[in-house]
Design a binder for this molecule. Structure first.
Ligand SMILES: Cc1cc2nc3c(=O)[nH]c(=O)nc-3n(C[C@H](O)[C@H](O)[C@H](O)COP(=O)(O)OP(=O)(O)OC[C@H]3O[C@@H](n4cnc5c(N)ncnc54)[C@H](O)[C@@H]3O)c2cc1C
Length: 386
């Protein structure tokens, strides 16, 4: 595939299999997702049937070994996120949640029985998962969470509420983080458990082709084997977020590329003052700025992915990529919007949809400010969080 956003021929740094993955997914997204995306965005719905197709393609839990997962590399996962978010942040979010926030904790901290019971069906897209960490009063500071589990015989009773949970209403199971004694523990809560409800949050103006929900736990009785036995402390939920943020850094550059490609196409064909918009200096300056940021972001992602595959990437490296790439993508989407003039504000073209989505992406999985503080602490040795 000729990729107009690949100015430095980064494809030459990819293996043949990686290039094939990229091309296969771009074609899949164009063929099976793009025709309906504007309607889903307008209606505020996620095309839930696509879960099975994502499973067939081996994208759900792709970087984990065994239990029906594809055992792919981190670079493969990054490429997948990039191509899915070329379509829409909602599509990439679905795969991020299922992979990094649901399969990851079960694979990492679950019992053998939990792994066998849930992961193969999650990987096939037959089961949908969600991840409950954020609460109404505790977002950037999840350590303050109020959701609590207490021991009850062999099992637990869970009380509390989570908010802004991707996939919540459509999920068959939720990975939920709660206080337990003096610890923070992870639980698998199945849909239909008495006392557990997941009402959808409406009236969002961002990430509309994605379901966002509250999770409410009112005296929810959980069996002993609902607890993830290996997960203890805040490091476990934060570890999941680190995996998801890595995919987001790649995904943001997919959204940016979609906006750049759309704008480039548009300014070449539309004429004003007797010549194409592409022939004006200010248009070219905008395009060059966009391309420069995409080139930088992609170089960063590929280097980060190779570091992760080599086992030398730390969470601060992931934070810097999320920080840099999401804000750059948001700026690119807004700039692309201006290049399309009035057409830029409609769902006929992708930039306004991506720009609206990227407002959520800037906030979730650690806000832009929180990643600034994480990297700031690393380079100065000073903790500016508190
Ligand atoms: C569409 C969408 C989907 C989401 N999906 C999920 C999900 O699946 N699961 C889940 O658990 N959560 C999810 N979230 C929640 C998301 O992770 C939180 O919104 C995020 O962590 C920020 O929390 P908050 O919204 O409470 O903002 P707050 O923490 O209240 O922050 C508000 C502002 O204050 C800033 N701020 C906070 N602390 C500091 C500080 N120390 N210094 C400087 N500035 C600071 C923040 O950067 C931000 O700008 C989702 C959010 C959205 C929008």
């Amino acid at each position: 595939m000729i990729d107009p956003s690949d100015f430095y021929r980064l494809d030459l740094e990819l293996t043949e299999d990686e290039r094939l993955l990229r091309d296969t997914l771009r074609a899949f997204v164009q063929r099976e997702f793009m025709p309906g995306v504007a309607a889903h965005f307008e209606a505020g719905t996620f095309p839930v049937d696509i879960a099975l197709r994502l499973g067939e393609l081996g994208l759900l839990g792709m970087k984990y070994e065994g239990y029906g997962c594809a055992g792919a590399s981190n670079v493969d996962y990054g490429i997948a996120c990039q191509e899915l978010e070329w379509g829409d942040s909602g599509l990439r979010s679905f795969v991020s949640v299922q992979t990094s926030l649901v399969i990851h904790p079960i694979h990492t901290w679950g019992s053998e029985e939990q792994k066998r019971r849930y992961i193969p069906s999650l990987a096939r897209g037959e089961l949908i998962g969600c991840y409950g960490l954020t609460e109404p009063d505790h977002g950037s500071d999840p350590g303050g969470m109020a959701t609590r589990a207490v021991r009850d015989g062999d099992g637990f009773v869970l009380n509390g509420a989570k908010m802004w949970i991707t996939n919540g209403t459509i999920a068959d199971l939720a990975v939920v983080w709660a206080r337990l004694d003096d610890d923070i523990a992870g639980f698998i809560v199945e849909k239909g458990t008495p006392g557990f409800t997941a009402p959808e949050m409406k009236r969002k103006l961002s990430l509309r082709a994605s379901v966002t929900s509250e999770l409410v736990f009112d005296e929810v009785r959980l069996p002993a084997d609902s607890r993830l036995p290996g997960a203890s402390g805040l490091g476990a939920p934060l570890g999941c977020l680190n995996e998801a943020r890595y995919g987001i850094a790649w995904g943001a550059m997919g959204a940016a590329a979609a906006c750049y490609e759309c704008a480039l196409d548009y300014v070449r064909s539309r004429e004003q003052f007797g010549k194409p918009l592409a022939a004006f200096q200010m248009t070219q300056e905008k395009l060059v700025r966009m391309l420069s940021e995409i080139t930088r972001g992609r170089l960063m992602n590929l280097r980060l992915g190779r570091m992760k595959d080599a086992g030398i990437a730390r969470h601060v490296h992931v934070s810097l990529a999320k920080y840099a790439n999401v804000s750059a993508a948001l700026e690119i989407a807004r700039t692309a919007r201006t290049l399309l003039g009035a057409n830029g504000i409609t769902l006929e073209y992708p930039p306004i949809r991506h720009a609206a989505n990227l407002e959520s992406v800037l906030t979730y999985e650690g806000t832009h400010e929180i990643h600034t503080l994480i990297v700031g602490r690393e380079i100065t040795g000073e903790d500016a969080f508190h």
